[in-house]
Design a protein around this ligand. Structure first.
Ligand code: AMP
Length: 228
C-alpha cells in the first residue's frame, strides 16, 4: 500500500482540531480531504436544494439526518480514485455502519481511525476563539493561531468571522450532541484494531507529528514504505 491509497477516518469532538490536522495530513500524504461540514457549508452558501435542506440543522448545532449525509458522502467517495481522509464523518453509529457496508461492497477497508482526544472544558475555550475565512475556508484561533493582521485572512486577505455555530450556546449544544451520538464511535472502532489516538490538546504541530508517526508506522508495516 502507498500513502496515496490510504483511507483514514479522523474522529474527535467539535473543536478538537480535526480541520487543522486534516489539512496538514492530507497535504503531507496527498489525500483528498472530505469534510462533511465544509461540503454542507458550500451547499448552504450556493443555496442548493441540499443547502436549503441542511441549513437549519446546522444553525441549531444538531446533526443532519443520517440518510442525507450518507448519500452525500457515498457520492463524494465514489468520485475519488485515490486515498482520502474523512473529517466529520461518521458521526453516528448508523453512519459508521453504512460506511463499513460501502467499504465492504467495494472490497476495501479503512486503514486507520485516528481519534483526537480532548477534554470538553478545553473545547469550549478553544471554540470561543475560533475565526474562519468564509472566502477560502482557512481557520484561525485568536489565542493559539492568530492571523498576521487582526481580522484578516493570511491567505486571501478576506475578513475573518466567527461561525454562527461556534457561538457559545451552539457550541454547548454541539458538544452535547457529540457526547450522545459521536463519542460512542470510539468504542465501536476501538474493537476493530485500526484505531489509534493522539492527544489533541497539544500544540497543532505536535499533534500532526504524532499522527504522522502513526501513519508512517502503518505504511512501513504494510509495504516497507515510509513517507517523510
Ligand atoms: P462541522 O464543521 O464538521 O462541525 O459540521 C458542521 C455541522 O454540519 C454539524 O453541526 C452538523 O449540523 C452538520 N454535519 C457535518 N457532518 C455531519 C455528519 N457526519 N452527520 C450529521 N451532520 C453533520
Amino acid at each position: 500500500m502507498s500513502a496515496a491509497n490510504l483511507r483514514i477516518v479522523l474522529l474527535g469532538c467539535p473543536g478538537a482540531g480535526k480541520g487543522t490536522q486534516a489539512s496538514a495530513l492530507c497535504g503531507r500524504y496527498g489525500l483528498a480531504h472530505v469534510a462533511t461540514g465544509d461540503l454542507f457549508r458550500a451547499e448552504v452558501a450556493a443555496k442548493t436544494a441540499l443547502g436549503l435542506k441542511v441549513s437549519d440543522y446546522m444553525k441549531r448545532g444538531v446533526l443532519v439526518p443520517d440518510e442525507t449525509v450518507n448519500e452525500m458522502v457515498a457520492g463524494k467517495l465514489g468520485s475519488l480514485s485515490g486515498g482520502w481522509l474523512l473529517d466529520g464523518f461518521p458521526r453516528t453509529l448508523s453512519q459508521a455502519q453504512e460506511l463499513d457496508k460501502a467499504m465492504k461492497a467495494g472490497g476495501g477497508r479503512i486503514d486507520l481511525i485516528l481519534n483526537l482526544r480532548m477534554p470538553p472544558e478545553e473545547v469550549v475555550r478553544r471554540m470561543a476563539g475560533r475565526r474562519s475565512c468564509p472566502a477560502c475556508g482557512e481557520v484561525y484561533n485568536i489565542e493559539s493561531r492568530p492571523p498576521k493582521i487582526e481580522g484578516k485572512c493570511d491567505k486571501c486577505a478576506g475578513p475573518l468571522l466567527q461561525r454562527e455555530d461556534d457561538k457559545d450556546a451552539t457550541v454547548r449544544k454541539r458538544l452535547m450532541v457529540y457526547e450522545d451520538l459521536t463519542r460512542p464511535l470510539a468504542a465501536y472502532y476501538r474493537s476493530e484494531g485500526a484505531f489509534e489516538e493522539v492527544d489533541g490538546s497539544l500544540p497543532a504541530d505536535e499533534v500532526t507529528q504524532g499522527a504522522a508517526r502513526i501513519i508512517d508506522r502503518l505504511l512501513a508495516g504494510r509495504s516497507g514504505f515510509s513517507a517523510g
